[in-house]
Design a protein around this ligand. Sequence first.
Ligand code: NAP
Ligand code: HSE
Length: 330
Amino acid sequence: MPSIKAAILGFGTVGEGVYRILQEKREEIKKSTGFTVDVVSILVKDKAKNRMPVTGAKFTDDIQDVLNNPEIDIVFEAIVGEEPAYTYLSDAIEKGCHIITANKMMFAKHGPALLKHAEFRNVKVGFEATTAGGVPIIRTVTNLLAGDRVKRIQGILNGTSNFILTKMREEGSSFELALKDAQQNGYAEADPTDDVNGTDAFRKLMILSSLAFGQQPDWEDVPVVGIDHLESNDLLDASKDDLRYRHVADIWKDEKGKLQATVGPVLIGDSHPLFGIDGVDNAIIVNTEYLGSLTLIGPGAGMYPTGSAMVADLLHIIRQHELKPVMVTN
Ligand code: NAP
Ligand code: HSE
């Protein structure tokens, strides 16, 4: 049975999720693709940390152990921040590895360059997990673009914010307590500032913008507001009027063809498709020229939803690319 060798960069909530799913679904993957997938290397920051036991993979804190291993066909990236993630993935592409990332902070800025580089090296880039966790929005928009044109994308793109707003409204929980709960569930970033100030949703919107419109608006032109100024009373008052706060990221082309975008909390009534989206769920409404309106809903964060999006990328790459080692030698 041919084997695909994989490395996982980062073994926190998401990296561990990828590993668990690859183990749990090993036989299914073998049956459906004809390949076994073996994780041989796991990059972490602190090798001394206590972790779940793994079989067949070596923990390392040195990226060269991954990049200099000619066996590795595919690199999953689930570390934090723009760098060193961008450099690691560029180097992996240069070595001929396919890459799959969950790192939206890095991908919002460097995604277009990575995609170009990968095309040049004839390898694939999976980035489903960068946007809306387990919701297959990247694949859906990609498919739609084959015969249609996206006019507008509007959605709840941060699971932590939606989880907090729901807890505050339904349970009268304080912002701080609801955030703590989101952190304990593995939804929030290690530093949750960008979750609650709107920046995380903004970055995901920029990734969607590149995909759907082939460009991003000037980042400075996009007003970005978070939910961190809202209090339980604001939400309860809105409920009395049958309204709800939702944190909405929105992008569209105006009549002059210029991209316009906004990110922030909006008050909506029960006729709005985002009214009933609660907890960690994300929801994205895509408006297109021919299809009209399509809404995708599902878990926007967490170990298994995000891990499953990355494994789905892997299966897609295997089927699309008949994955073979394509190492480039210096
Ligand atoms: P996390 O739990 O904080 O885990 C981060 C992992 O990356 C840790 O294993 C850490 O090593 C490792 N790491 C960090 N910096 C590193 C470096 N410079 N070199 C090597 N290893 C490094 O984070 P997470 O929640 O799994 O998120 C990972 C990525 O996925 C982030 O970019 C995040 O934005 C994105 N994401 C997260 C979710 C989610 O639901 N959590 C969903 C979608 C996307 P140590 O273990 O040694 O500290
Ligand atoms: N912290 C992010 C969120 C993880 O809550 O949406 C998924 O990208």
